[in-house]
Design a protein around this ligand. Sequence first.
Ligand SMILES: *Cc1c(COP(=O)(O)O)cnc(C)c1O
Length: 364
Amino acid sequence: MSRVHNFNAGPASLPLAALELARDELVDFEGTGMSILEHSHRGKDFDRVHNEALGLVRELMGVPSEYHVLFLQGGASQQFATIPMNLLHPGKSADYVLTGGWSEKALAEAQLVGKARVAATTGVEENGTTVYRRIPKPSELDLDPEAAYVHMTSNNTLFGTQWHAFPETKAPLVCDMSSDIMWKPVDVSKFGLIYAGAQKNIGPSGLVLVIARPDLVAGGRKDIPKIFRYSTHAKENSLYNTPPTFSIYLVRNVLRVLKAQGGLGAVEAKNRAKGELLYGAIDENPEFFRAPVEKDSRSYMNVVFRLPSVELEDKFVSEAKKAGLVGLKGHRITGGIRASIYNAVGLESVQALVAFMREFARAA
Ligand SMILES: *Cc1c(COP(=O)(O)O)cnc(C)c1O
């Protein structure tokens, strides 16, 4: 078997142990004579998996017991709509902090539901597109204390920026953590609602994790279809209808690995070591590796940089691939190089990338 160094942005690298467990029990799950894929979502075997996965989210993130933990479908993009449908009551307005393409999309969906305004943006126009190179300073946030909620994106997958301190808000803080969920411990009680598509940091696609304060769930709008209400799914322990059972199973496997690594404190230490190593290689040759993001806004999950020419960037991506380093092409909006170094990407993969970068720069 040969595994590459996988720097894909999402779906992305998964811990080998989580995949191996899935392989080993794929056709006969725990002696039940069938795959977990073939089990009823109402049966006791799946129920164990489901509750273990939900319990591991609570345990790893230290979720306050009164908060709801939900497994939903439709991805983070559906949450862009579901959040305002539930929380944006008539006559209220929601605040959006724009730090990248995903937050722009979240705002656009909210504006189809009700009133939503830009409370801050770090976007600048460049060649007809909006680009983002930093996280706003606290003084730049023009927050409405009466807002239904404040929406932010903790890590900006496309532009490679990340919040390193969360803002203080009067209104409930709603955070899209799709690309950095569980990269380190966070104080969940500071948030009204956290959501994350699983496919960057904690599992495969098909599942979105929502963690929500009980008053927001109970007080959600009732004039929307039942399937879109958080209260529906909270009441049924995320088993209102058939959930994505295999995705939940795989998330469980991944969370077991994070727990075995020592929890999110240990995960953070590893992620910081990876990020420092990679940014160190960029900073030691800034003429060649050009980092567009301001230093204090750098992401530890998606590391972006440019090379002196587009031709060199293309060559970098194709030669890296030949060397077993895949997924390094930047997003089509930003161009350049992007190395996504999520939880499951090992230090040895980042070491291999750094060695490749040094050699590439030397030979260029
Ligand atoms: C990938 C991503 C999304 C979109 O997720 P889907 O599951 O494809 O809808 C939203 N927000 C952020 C921050 C992302 O990284």
